[in-house]
Design a binder for this molecule. Structure first.
Ligand SMILES: O=C(O)CCC(=O)C(=O)O
Ligand SMILES: [Fe+2]
Length: 394
C-alpha cells in the first residue's frame, strides 16, 4: 500500500483495525488453529490495505520489568505450550554429497527426499559456509539487538509496512502477539532493498547480510536441483518456476526472556509462505518446535548446521510430496534467543503450480496454479484464521 507517513510510527494515534476478529476454529486437535495468529509472523508477507498500530518492542517490556500484558497470553486454541516435548530426529543431510559420486549421491538424495516428505525439514551440514562466518552473522544480529532503543528505532518499520525493525502487525484487538522483536528486510532482488532500513550499526551489518544471503542464493540453486533429482525429475524443474528475479527476505528474530513461558509463544503455529527457508538457529538456546502427527517436537541445535525447511510454495510445486511443516517457537524465562530466518521464493509474477510429472492417476493434482501466493492467498487466509495452503487446494 502506498500510504506515506512521515510521522514517527510510535507517535501515531492508534487506530482500530478494520478487520473483524476471526472466529476461533476449535474443532480438531486445536494444534493447527491459526485463528489467533494474525500478525506478521509469516514468511515474506506484506499486509496491504491495513493501517494498524505498532506495539512496544518486547525488549522494552522486559527492561521495564512490566508484567506480561494480556495481549501476549495465548488462547486455548494454541495448544499446550511447553519445552518438555520430545526431541525430533531431524535428518542431517550432507550437502557436499548431493553432487558426489553416483552411489553416494543417490543415497543422500534418497535421504533428502525422505526428509522433505516426512517432516519437511533437515539440518544441512557441509554447506560450504564457514562456521566462523556463521558466527559473524550471529554476531551482527546480536550487536544490532543490543543497541540502545533509539538507535534501533532509526530502522523502525512504519505502520503500513512489514519491513524494518518492530514486532507484530496489530490487526485486531483480540490478537495474541508474539513474544519477539524482529528486523525484517528484503535482500533480493537487490534493487528492491530498502537500504534506509538496513542498519549502519554495527558497521559490518550490511556487508555481512549481503554476503550471507548471496551464499544462500547459491545454496538455493543447489538444493532445488537436488530436490528435483530426488524425485527423478529434470533438475531445473523447480528452478524454472523461480523466474529471473526470485525474492529473498531475511528476518532477524530476537526472543527476550519471558516471565511466563507457559502462557506465551515466541511465534505462534504457522507454516512458511516461502518456497524454502534457511534458519540459522541460536547456538545455545533452543525454542523451535515442529508439529508432526499432531504432536509437538523440539528441534535440536546443531551449531554450524543450517536448518532447512519446505515452505508452502515448494509443497505446491511438488504436488504435496514435500511437506511445509507447521512450526512454532516457545520462550523461556532465563535467556534470550536470536535466530535468523531467510525465506526464498519465486518471483512474484511467476505462475507456480505442481510439476506436471508429479500429477498422475495415483496422485491427482492437489493444488491450483497460483501467482503471487504470498499476496493473493497467504496473508488473507492467515488473517482469517485459516491454514493458507488449503485455499489453493483443489
Ligand atoms: O526463530 C525460529 O526458531 C523460527 C522462526 C520462524 O519460524 C519464522 O521466522 O518463520
Ligand atoms: Fe517460520
Amino acid at each position: 500500500m502506498c500510504l506515506s507517513l512521515e510521522t514517527h510510527p510510535n507517535s501515531l494515534t492508534l487506530q482500530q483495525p478494520i478487520y473483524s476478529q476471526p472466529k476461533p476454529n476449535l474443532n480438531s486437535t486445536q494444534l493447527e488453529d491459526y485463528s489467533s495468529c494474525s500478525g506478521n509472523n509469516m514468511a515474506g508477507t506484506s499486509p496491504h490495505a491495513v493501517l494498524e498500530p505498532l506495539s512496544k518492542p518486547v525488549q522494552e517490556l522486559v527492561i521495564n520489568g512490566d508484567e506480561l500484558p494480556q495481549r501476549y497470553v495465548c488462547k486455548a486454541g494454541d495448544g499446550v505450550i511447553g519445552a518438555s516435548f520430545p526431541l525430533m530426529d531431524v535428518p542431517v543431510i550432507d550437502l557436499s554429497l548431493l553432487t558426489s559420486s553416483p552411489d553416494v549421491g543417490e543415497a543422500e538424495l534418497k535421504k533428502l527426499q525422505m526428509a522433505l516428505s516426512y517432516c519437511g525439514c533437515f539440518q544441512a551440514i557441509n554447506h560450504g559456509i564457514a562456521s566462523s562466518f556463521l558466527d559473524e552473522v550471529r554476531g551482527v544480529a546480536k550487536q544490532f539487538f543490543a543497541l540502545p532503543m533509539e538507535e534501533k528505532q532509526k530502522y523502525s518499520r512504519t505502520v503500513d509496512d512489514i519491513e524494518g525493525y518492530g514486532n507484530d502487525t496489530v490487526l485486531s484487538e483480540n490478537q495474541t502477539l508474539d513474544w519477539t522483536d524482529r528486523l525484517y528486510l528484503t535482500t533480493y532482488p537487490e534493487d528492491q532493498r530498502k537500504l534506509n532500513l538496513w542498519p549502519k550499526n554495527p558497521e559490518s551489518f550490511r556487508e555481512i547480510l549481503h554476503e550471507y544471503t548471496g551464499k544462500l542464493r547459491m545454496l538455493t540453486e543447489h538444493i532445488l536441483k537436488a530436490m528435483a533429482k530426488s524425485l527423478n525429475l529434470e533438475e531445473n524443474c523447480f528452478l524454472n518456476q523461480y523466474g529471473e528475479r526470485p525474492t529473498m527476505t531475511t528476518r532477524f528474530n530476537l526472543y527476550p526472556p519471558c516471565p511466563r513461558p507457559d502462557l506465551t509463544l515466541g511465534v505462534k503455529p504457522h507454516a512458511d509462505a516461502s518456497a524454502i527457508t534457511f534458519l540459522l538457529q541460536d547456538k545455545e538456546v533452543e525454542g523451535l518446535q515442529v508439529l508432526k502427527d499432531d504432536q509437538w517436537f523440539r528441534v535440536p541445535i546443531i551449531p554450524h548446521a543450517l536448518l532447512f525447511n519446505v515452505g508452502d510454495q515448494a509443497e505446491i510445486m511438488s504436488n504435496g510430496i514435500f511437506k511445509s511443516p507447521t512450526h512454532r517457537v516457545v520462550t523461556n524465562s532465563e535467556r534470550e534467543r536470536i535466530t535468523l530466518a531467510v525465506f526464498g521464493m519465486p518471483e512474484s509474477d511467476m505462475e507456480i503450480g505442481p510439476v506436471e510429472e508429479l500429477i498422475n492417476e495415483k496422485r491427482p493434482r492437489l493444488y491450483k496454479k497460483v501467482k503471487n501466493y504470498v499476496e493473493n492467498y497467504f496473508f488473507q487466509n492467515y488473517q482469517q484464521g485459516k491454514k493458507p495452503i488449503t485455499a489453493v487446494q483443489i
